[in-house]
Design a protein around this ligand. Structure first.
Ligand code: UDP
Ligand code: MG
Length: 353
């Protein structure tokens, strides 16, 4: 597997952390210091060497400076700075690529909606023999009934059409994965990354750990209904060709209907003559078929667009700089030929082709 090596300046395996905690962050300047302060006692209590991998996903505020400040004070912090905003799913992948943890990795949001205090329970489940311990929300505090209802609808839909890969409901990215589950996940280099689906696809013995999801500690969510809709599209098109089949059956159904309709017209004309009625019904039928055809083309287009994006074979992300935990320092942007520098240090998320 051709994933970036995050460990060029490290010593032997013993010098590596056992657990990496990966934290994607986009404009999280208010919450990062609080987040760090809450993480430290939790991770210390676990009693294994650990690191925090902060990924700055092209934030427009002081997030990077705060990360660098925290790292200067705490050598257990690694910072991966992406060259621009790539979106949470890819930022998360960048963090996982650069996680040095030899035993396990924890994925958690920076905004403290995923309470760090659940991590020991995840670790306990992992020590109990599970490869994946995912945190499952008991209640959704601070979310509108609309959001709850749309989320419920989405999971129900995915459950029906998802086939073999079943998404656990009320589960986000907050989870612990063993090293082997992580390595398996990292072999999936697709551009359209519906992480919940990718996690589920990998499989391995998994267990849910229930927790109460808190409202954001500070800042605002970057999600809105349009983004959620697009995420759902991503989920559906990444994991099932169901809509293409629906389009086929829709076409088949309307064609049968049209044939019956035509047959009925012929019979009526033969029996009762042709009184030249039916201009409105003609228009309705034409518009209906126009709509069905456009919608079907749209569904095909959704898939074709994704095929197009995958065939380009671009790296998933570009790293501006990577500062591993332990204090070592590497800056990709310091080289004049940034691309070559990136290529030789292997920090771009090149596909496993
Ligand atoms: N995030 C990111 N890149 C983005 C958007 C979000 O890295 O483009 C991070 C964000 O900083 C947070 C996590 O992803 O740590 C979840 O984002 P958010 O809280 O906005 O989503 P929600 O909790 O509402 O699902
Ligand atoms: Mg959040």
């Amino acid at each position: 597997m051709n994933r970036p090596s995050p460990l060029p300046v490290r010593g032997p395996r013993e010098a590596l952390p056992a657990i990496s905690v990966v934290v994607p962050a986009y404009n999280e300047q208010e919450v990062l210091p609080v987040f760090h302060a809450r993480m430290v006692p939790v991770m210390e209590a676990i009693g294994l060497p650990w690191e925090l991998v902060f990924v700055n996903d092209g934030s427009r505020d002081a997030t990077l400076d705060i990360m660098l400040g925290l790292q200067a004070a705490d050598p257990r912090i690694a910072v991966v700075n992406l060259s621009r905003n790539f979106g949470k799913e890819i930022a998360l992948t960048a963090g996982l690529d650069h996680a040095a943890g030899t035993e396990a990795v924890v994925v958690i949001d920076a905004d403290l909606q995923d309470p760090p205090e659940v991590i020991p329970e995840l670790v306990a489940a992992w020590r109990g023999g599970f490869d994946v311990a995912y945190a499952q929300r008991r209640v959704r505090e601070g979310e509108t009934w609309m959001k709850k209802a749309t989320a419920a609808g989405f999971y129900a839909f995915m459950q029906r059409i998802g086939g073999r890969v079943q998404l656990p409901p009320n589960t986000g990215d907050f989870r612990l994965m063993s090293r082997r589950a992580l390595d398996a996940l990292l072999t999936l280099r697709e551009q359209h990354r519906f992480m919940k689906g990718l996690f589920a696809w990998v499989g391995f013995p998994s267990v849910a750990v229930l927790y109460d999801r808190a409202p954001r500690a500070a800042g605002t969510t970057k999600w809105n209904y349009w983004k959620l809709w697009n995420l759902s599209l991503e989920g559906i098109t990444s994991f099932t060709v169901g809509p293409l089949k629906i389009a086929t059956y829709l076409g088949f159904g309307t064609a049968v209907f049209a044939a019956l309709f035509a047959f009925q017209l012929i019979v009526r004309t033969l029996l009762f003559g042709n009184p030249v009625a039916g201009y409105p019904s003609l228009l309705a039928v034409v518009l209906f078929f126009g709509g069905v055809q456009l919608m079907t083309l749209g569904i095909i287009g959704e898939y074709l667009g994704r095929v197009f994006n995958e065939t380009k074979g671009r790296p998933l992300y570009i790293v501006e700089r990577h500062l591993p935990s332990g204090g070592a320092y590497r800056q990709a942007s310091s080289a004049p030929t940034g691309v070559h520098r990136l290529a030789e240090s292997g920090t771009s998320g090149a596909s496993a082709a």
